[in-house]
Design a protein around this ligand. Structure first.
Ligand code: T5A
Length: 206
């Protein structure tokens, strides 16, 4: 099973992924977690470039760098793990590209979809995507003590566009993408996540 988490920066993905991994392991499942950009040595190097505040990166270069990181992660980690019936949980996947580079940076959705279609052609499509929907102001408060990376330095209107983009994507694929109110405490959010994941476990191998 391939589970992805999505949301704007600081929406609580890392926190919930840790809870879900522990929960699934306690039930006896083999689980690996990964993140985008990153997850392999090469992709982590690409992540450093993408998030480094020293670079001014145009949207199309950014689009290709995210996709290069993704392709390497798929071939090196995700595909082999799924083949071995390991549950893969990824912090972000191609919906991030649609939301950030498409809706956020205004690259045409036609071009975004061309890239996403290449990725999809390798057969790696999330079984479920949990979109942690958080108010921009709350996410900013939660991140206030953290140093900002190149993308986090973007202004509020950028994140409004990204969030609106996620809502459009979720609207288009309601069976796969579940919207979760992430403005609440950690446990309430996790209860919702469990409600979506538990029915899917019946089809997973331990
Ligand atoms: N990107 C990525 C693109 O533009 N295109 C792409 O295709 C891809 C793949 C990646 C950046 O790259 C962009 C998006 C991003 O800008 P990242 O590090 O993955 O960078 O992105 P972030 O989402 O910024 O990761 P964060 O770790 O900052 O946020 P998380 O994981 O969503 O949030 P988390 O769990 O670390 O929580 C943030 C803080 O809030 C607290 C936590 O303890 C933590 O301090 N918290 C809560 N506090 C109160 N109540 C709750 N319910 C809380 N949950 C967590």
């Amino acid at each position: 099973m391939f589970i992805t988490f999505e949301g704007i920066d600081g929406s609580g993905k890392t926190t919930q992924i840790e809870c879900l991994k522990d929960f699934l392991e306690q039930k006896g499942y083999n689980v690996i977690t990964t993140r985008e950009p990153g997850g392999t040595h090469l992709s982590e190097r690409i992540r450093e470039l993408l998030l480094n505040t020293d670079y001014n990166i145009d949207p199309i270069t950014e689009l290709f760098l995210f996709n290069a990181s993704r392709m390497h992660l798929i071939n090196t980690i995700i595909k082999p793990a799924l083949k071995n019936n390991i549950i893969v949980i990824s912090d972000r996947f191609y919906d991030s590209t649609t939301a950030y580079q498409g809706y956020g940076r205004s690259i045409s959705l036609e071009n975004i979809n061309k890239c996403n279609d290449i990725i999809k052609s390798f057969g790696i499509i999330p079984d479920i995507t949990l979109f942690l929907d958080i108010d921009i102001k709350i996410s900013e408060e939660r991140r206030s003590s953290m140093e900002k990376d190149r993308i986090e330095l973007s202004n509020e209107s950028f994140f409004e566009k990204v969030r609106a983009g996620y809502l459009c994507i979720a609207d288009e694929e309601p069976n796969r993408i579940k919207i979760i109110n992430a403005n609440r405490d950690k446990q309430s959010i996790f209860e919702d996540i469990k409600k979506y994941i538990l029915p899917l476990l019946q089809t997973s191998v331990k």
